[in-house]
Design a protein around this ligand. Structure first.
Ligand code: CP
Ligand code: NVA
Length: 306
């Protein structure tokens, strides 16, 4: 059966660990794994802007022995309204996998429904599961483990990153805390699903409004832009989210050796201050690099599973 990765919980806890282990091996031996030799082609489609996702998939697919085909929606027929179903039917006969960054989750679900090759979510409005694999690889590298660690995300608790931290962190057995004001709390359905996963993994999830209570003793502090792609209301968001800024004072509440994550792009002085972002606790550049290794491992896993 074709396996897709549309949201974090499309992998079981054991499969997530397997992908992270493979990502570590691939990081040590960049050119030693070639499941796309041929070369087979992977289509990487973008309906939204990207730097890291485009870079890491293009480099990663080439390192796996394959050929990346990067397509911007604006220059394809999809951008002129060709149905997702028809695009899927055409792509699926020629490529080994489809990677897509788009808006609504239902769009990538439709792509997967009509695709006989793996479809990978490279960010939707609801989830950013490839990013969380890289984040987990980074935490494991710096802390040696995932299960039992407390990971606190502060900021827009209703965005793709918050939702993926909930699901992906719960799968890994972590204690995930989201800190956000009432208006920007996570989707209740996703929070419930994460709680259900946490109950089987030994982790926990909680959504709080007090940033200091959320950061208290945390091993990992994470944040993301206050204004995601496609969103407006920049000033209103900045006013509501300022108390959730990751700054020196907030970091003093976390564990003394806490590490800091940000998926990037970052806005210094908004969701994170420059001294924290560029300081000794930041592992943000490792995190950005690990997109490459984690996604290579994911593709190899999905192709192998199929
Ligand atoms: N973190 C991330 O997905 O970055 P890009 O938007 O640059 O791809
Ligand atoms: N939440 C951000 C993540 C960017 C990688 C966005 O969707 O714009």
């Amino acid at each position: 059966m074709t396996r897709h990765f549309l949201r974090d919980d499309d992998l079981s806890a054991a499969e997530q660990a397997q992908v992270l282990d493979l990502a570590d091996l691939m990081k040590k031996d960049r050119h030693g794994y070639r499941p796309l030799a041929g070369p087979q082609t992977v289509a990487v489609l973008f309906d939204k802007h990207s730097t890291r996702t485009r870079l890491s998939f293009a480099v990663g697919i080439a390192e796996l022995g394959g050929q990346p085909l990067i397509i911007d929606a604006s220059s394809s027929q999809m951008g002129r309204g060709e149905p997702i179903e028809d695009t899927a039917r055409v792509l699926t006969r020629q490529v080994a996998a489809i990677v897509w960054r788009t808006a609504g989750q239902e769009r990538i679900e439709t792509m997967a429904r009509y695709s006989s090759v793996p479809v990978v979510n490279a960010l939707t409005d609801e989830f950013h599961p490839c990013q969380i694999l890289a984040d987990l690889q980074t935490v494991r590298e710096h802390r040696g483990t995932l299960a039992g660690l407390t990971m606190t995300y502060l900021g827009d608790g209703a965005n793709n990153m918050a939702h993926s931290y909930l699901l992906g962190g719960a799968l890994a057995g972590m204690h995930v805390r989201i800190a956000a004001p009432a208006r920007y709390q996570p989707d209740a359905v996703i929070l419930d699903r994460a709680a259900e996963i946490a109950a089987t993994s030994g982790g926990s999830v909680v959504a709080l409004s007090d940033p200091y209570a959320a950061a208290d003793g945390a091993h990992v502090i994470a944040t993301d832009t206050w204004v995601s792609m496609g969103q407006d209301g920049k000033e209103e968001r900045a006013a509501a989210l300022l108390p959730y800024q990751v700054n020196g004072e907030l970091m003093r509440q976390a564990a003394a050796d806490a590490i800091v994550l940000h998926c990037l792009p970052a806005y210094r002085g908004m969701e994170i201050t420059a001294d924290v972002m560029d300081g000794p606790q930041s592992v943000i550049w490792d995190q950005a690099e690990n997109r490459l290794h984690a996604q290579k491992a994911l593709l190899a896993f999905l192709l192998g599973a199929g």
